[in-house]
Write a protein that binds this ligand. Structure first.
Ligand SMILES: Cc1cc2nc3c(=O)[nH]c(=O)nc-3n(C[C@H](O)[C@H](O)[C@H](O)COP(=O)(O)OP(=O)(O)OC[C@H]3O[C@@H](n4cnc5c(N)ncnc54)[C@H](O)[C@@H]3O)c2cc1C
Ligand code: SF4
Length: 333
């Protein structure tokens, strides 16, 4: 690991001013915030990330979970994943989020991992994590060996000829279905970013993963007021029952009146280059009877644009079954 300076900024303003000196907030940033460290330190040990300065944000007052005036929830950036998953309001009103977080990593990791850190966790693509290999995400312009190489766990939605890396987060899939908003404070002031606009598709700039700019500090995430009577579920399919990333997952938030679906929010994990909200699946469901056949039609719509690679074609059917089953479990549950 390269040597670095470890700094404890006095307040958010000092942290932002220092971080703003970096040329980028993306891969290769010279200054990084550090929260739980469970992504960043791993990547520093591998020399994939080599920041010269680390800004410890753990002592900033960003660790509260509070209700908002409009009946929603405000989640501080440094709230630990365990605390969020076990929070009484989250368990009652945003069950899909609690389930998604608890489906990820291990107890020890969740005790360290934070809300903002989870939003910014990096792909598990093996080439990205191996500096002996080329990788467009780590070193723009060097190529993507995954396309002709080992790609079993990589994405089938939102890929480009330059990168097919999967976004590995479970928490983010639930937040996409809950239509969260990410709040950022930066050198030019504060802004609120709808969840679907925060992560970027790889296109021809896979090293740019989010809309963050140098200095931007995620301060908190808000969730809208819960949808009364909605049925929520997170289903994760993986190679082993714990301590493993999703091959396919589905977060569903669905409302039914009588026999018909009146509202649906659906997101998929393990298959997209970013947390994958499927408005196509939602459109198929709304106004239709909540039947297994319609759930399957929604799943077909969600995966219609899938582009499988040499080893991950199985994910297309797996994701369809995952979503169909998640919808069935949610409505019968
Ligand atoms: C063995 C292992 C298994 C795992 N399994 C899963 C799994 O199954 N599912 C899953 O979803 N995740 C899994 N994870 C990933 C884990 O959830 C993430 O590592 C964790 O959420 C990152 O949070 P952190 O606070 O530790 O982030 P850090 O490592 O501290 O930071 C990550 C990134 O976020 C930036 N950052 C942090 N806070 C802020 C902020 N407030 N503003 C701006 N930038 C910020 C940092 O600069 C850094 O670039 C696993 C991790 C490991 C090591
Ligand atoms: S899929 Fe993306 S992260 Fe993986 S090798 Fe290709 S460019 Fe790098």
């Amino acid at each position: 690991m390269k040597t670095f300076e470890f700094i404890r900024p006095a307040d958010a303003g000092a942290a932002i001013t220092t971080a703003a000196q970096a040329k980028t907030a993306q891969q290769g940033a010279e200054v990084r915030y550090i929260a739980g460290g469970t992504t960043l330190l791993d990547l520093m040990k591998l020399n994939v990330e080599t920041p010269a300065r680390l800004l410890d944000i753990n002592r900033l007052p960003l660790d509260k979970i509070e209700t908002t005036a409009d009946g929603g929830l405000k989640i501080g950036a440094t709230v630990r994943n365990s605390d969020l998953a076990h929070h009484a309001t989250v368990r009652r009103d945003y069950a899909v989020l609690s389930q998604a977080i608890l489906a990820g990593a291990s107890t020890q990791l969740r005790n360290m991992a934070t809300t903002a850190g989870n939003l910014l966790q990096r792909t598990r693509c093996a080439y990205f994590r191996d500096t002996a290999m080329p990788c467009n995400k780590r070193e723009p312009g060097t190529g993507c060996p995954a396309i002709t190489g080992s790609n079993r766990t990589l994405a089938v939605l939102g890929t480009s000829e330059h990168c097919i890396a999967t976004n590995p987060s479970d928490m983010c899939i639930a937040m996409a279905a809950l239509e969260a908003t990410i709040h950022v404070q930066g050198p030019k002031g504060s802004r609120a970013i709808p969840f679907g606009e925060f992560h970027l598709l790889p296109g021809n700039t896979p090293h740019r993963e989010t809309v963050l700019e140098p200095g931007d500090l995620i301060t908190h995430v808000t969730l809208p007021a819960p949808i009364k009577g909605s049925k929520q579920l997170y289903l994760k399919l993986r190679d082993r029952a714990s301590y493993e990333f999703a091959l396919a997952s589905a977060a569903v938030v669905i409302s039914i009146t009588g026999q018909n679906v009146t509202r649906a929010r659906i997101a998929l994990g393990g298959v997209g280059t970013k947390p994958w909200r499927s408005q196509e699946a939602e459109a198929v469901l709304v106004g239709q009877p909540a039947t297994g056949a319609n759930f399957r039609r929604a799943a077909e719509a969600a995966l219609r644009d899938a582009k499988p690679q040499s080893e991950n074609g199985f994910k297309v059917e797996l994701a369809k079954r995952c979503l169909t089953h998640a919808l069935q479990m949610a409505v019968t549950g």
